[in-house]
Each structure stands twice: as C-alpha cells, then as structure tokens.
Design a protein around this ligand. Structure first.
Ligand SMILES: [Zn+2]
Length: 206
C-alpha cells in the first residue's frame, strides 16, 4: 500500500469529491448518458480482455513526490499480472480543485467533476485499446507517445465531444486543449499537427 496512514483531509476529499463521480460511472448511474455509454462500452471490452477485475489504489501523494514530475494526469494506469490497476493521486486532485476554486469559483465544482469523468474515461480508453504498460515494463518515450497519440482520439470523440457539443459543459483548459487540437487537425491521428500536439503535451521529443 502506498498510503497506510492517509491524511484525514485526503480521505475526506476522496470520499466527498472523487468517489461519488467514479462510483456513479462504475455503477452506470452517471447523469450524462453519452459519457456513461462511453464508459460502459469500455468496461465491457476491458472485462473481455483481462482475466482479473480491475482495482483502484489511492495515494495522497502528488505526482511530483512520486514521479518527480509536475501535475499532468492525476490518474496512472497499468496492468499488473493481468489486473487493470488505476493509481488515483488524491494529492494532485486536491491541488487541482484548490486551483480551480481560486481561479473560477462559481464553476470550480462543475469543471472539476467533468475532469474526473474525462480522466477516468481516458484511462479506460487505454485499457480498452490495450495501450498500457504491463507489469514491470516502463514505456520508452516513443511507446508513451504512440500510446497517447492513439488513445486520446478515442477520448476526444467519445467523451470530450459530447461534453462540449451536446452537454455544453465548461471544461478545464487542459481538457479543452485536447478537444481543440483534435478538431484543428481534422480529427486525424496521423497528422503532423496531432503528433506535435501530443509530443508537446507529454514533453516527448520526437
Ligand atoms: Zn493517456
């Protein structure tokens, strides 16, 4: 376990802000139908692909503490002995929430909730496509680039587009950045524009 003695504020934050969104998706009760549909389609593919049901691990550390990197994606996924595993960096989510509350107070909760659903759908897109490191394997920069280049289109089409075009939600700058780049490149994962955007987003030199 990463956090045998989680900080009380992290536990409260996890229970009040993160778990309700994840649980509603996992239980098929998320209120935006197309987002729920994208999630459940992935869930079905994942169950057919991996022998062991998935699990979540919570850490109240931040990605800076764990990976020596700035906050980028506060969920990390991998497959361990056939089991899809998602690491939830609660410390990162709390930092993001506080930042939103300071910058866009009236919209902070709604933007944050959308971020959680988008992040979880994105990780499930990785599992569904199999673009995911297994066991002790650590992706090379080229592998990480290819995995994000081919997975974000699925997230853009099935999650970000409905959030923006159907449900008219305000999203975080980061999520909007993916949507805008995807639309601007003509929704073409092979395009130079898309390749450059993903390389820059993940700090990978091509
Ligand atoms: Zn990803």
């Amino acid at each position: 376990m990463l956090n045998p003695n989680p900080k009380p504020e992290m536990v409260t934050f996890l229970e009040r802000r993160i778990n309700p969104i994840f649980n509603s998706l996992l239980k098929g009760k998320y209120r935006l139908g197309l987002i729920q549909k994208a999630f459940l389609e992935n869930d079905k593919l994942i169950r057919g692909k991996y022998p062991v049901p998935g699990k979540f691990i919570n850490s109240d550390k931040t990605s800076l503490e764990l990976f020596n990197q700035d906050i980028q994606m506060p969920l990390r996924c991998r497959v361990e002995k056939g089991q899809p595993t998602i690491l939830v960096l609660v410390g990162d989510w709390l930092a993001i929430f506080n930042k939103l509350k300071a910058s866009i107070p009236p919209k902070a909760e709604s933007v944050f909730e959308s971020m959680l659903a988008i992040a979880l759908n994105h990780e499930f897109d990785h599992f569904a496509l199999g673009t995911i490191p297994q066991d002790d394997h650590i992706d090379t920069p080229t592998e990480a680039f290819e995995s994000e280049r081919t997975t974000w289109p699925r997230t853009c089409e099935r999650t970000l587009k409905p959030f923006i075009e159907i449900y008219k939600k305000q999203l975080s700058d980061n999520d909007m950045g993916y949507h805008n780049a995807w639309m601007a490149c003509g929704r073409n994962a092979e395009s130079e524009e898309w390749r450059s955007f993903i390389a820059e987003a993940y700090g990978i030199e091509l």
